[in-house]
Design a protein. Structure first.
Length: 284
């Protein structure tokens, strides 16, 4: 008998029926415990890094987060899969070839009948971004598109580390810029009343901790700082000043709150100082 290969995931016994094409399928879920996930540092983008395990190697929890129909490639985050408005289902069905074709051009060879890989994990998140355009404002689709964009960027960075020279670094940057747009747009819509954020329970952005609304504010500022327009100095300055004000709001909330996650405040202070430095340099 051969040695059994260590498992990092399993196929759920619960059968799902796609709300678009009625295909029956089962989700692949990440197994926990037994040293599969060894937590490492948290980046300034609130992304949890994991150390490779001697037994299981590299494990990427983000790969398993999206639910994707393996037949029509309709996708969403897990809890929203059956919340697609009835009136738009025909359009989603008609768009099947479009989303399959677009996704396959970016991530060739992906097959959602197979176990998830880094590539299909990134593709699943791209499909989430694509498909949340179909959802109503009550499920807060815009911020979910922002989170999915950020996660897709992180997975593309991992793909670049494994496959340098295949332009995954460029794709990662593109997803980060999309995340910047969606985070900013979600805040605008929430503040104007056009789209509430009550439809999201876990702001992530990663799977290990919920940084809540303050995390959304922080990431909106950070993404503007890191990935906002660079060409126009006046526009850049306006973005930085807005980002600085947003970060200052977190400081005000955080000083008196013992429940505020420590890493968020630490990163917020660092970003605030970096923004201040750039603004001061530009004023000289």
């Amino acid at each position: 008998m051969g040695v059994e290969e260590p498992k990092v995931s399993y196929v759920s016994k619960d059968e799902l029926i796609c709300p678009v094409c009625d295909a029956e399928f089962h989700r692949e879920e990440l197994l926990s415990g037994s040293g599969r996930l060894i937590a490492g540092a948290i980046t300034d983008e609130l992304h949890r890094l994991y150390e490779p395990s001697a037994r299981y190697g590299n494990v990427y929890p983000l790969v398993y987060q999206a639910t994707v129909c393996p037949e029509c490639w309709f996708a969403s985050m897990d809890k929203d899969f059956f919340l697609l408005p009835e009136k738009i289902k025909d359009k989603v069905k008609l768009d099947m070839q479009k989303r399959i074709s677009e996704t396959s051009q970016i991530f060739p060879g992906v097959d959602f009948h197979e176990n998830r890989s880094l590539t299909s994990g990134a593709a699943s998140l791209y499909l989430v971004i694509f498909c949340y355009d179909y959802f109503s404002k009550e499920v807060s689709p815009t911020i979910k598109q922002g989170i999915a964009s950020l996660r897709a960027g992180w997975l593309c960075e991992e793909l670049h580390a494994k496959n340098p020279g295949e332009h995954y670094d460029w794709l990662a940057l593109l997803f980060k810029k999309k995340a910047r747009f969606f985070y900013s747009e979600a805040l605008k819509r929430e503040q104007s009343g056009a789209e509430p954020i009550a439809g999201i329970k876990n702001f992530g952005p990663d799977t290990d901790k919920n940084y809540a609304y303050e995390g959304m504010l922080y990431l909106s500022a950070l993404l503007n700082f890191k990935y906002g327009p660079m060409e126009d100095p006046l526009k850049r300055k306006a973005y930085l000043e807005e980002a600085k004000r947003t970060i200052a709001r977190i400081f005000g909330l955080g000083k008196s709150s013992k429940s505020k996650p420590g890493p968020l405040l630490e990163h917020a202070r660092n970003v605030y100082n970096d923004i201040n430095k750039e603004l001061n340099e530009n004023d000289d």
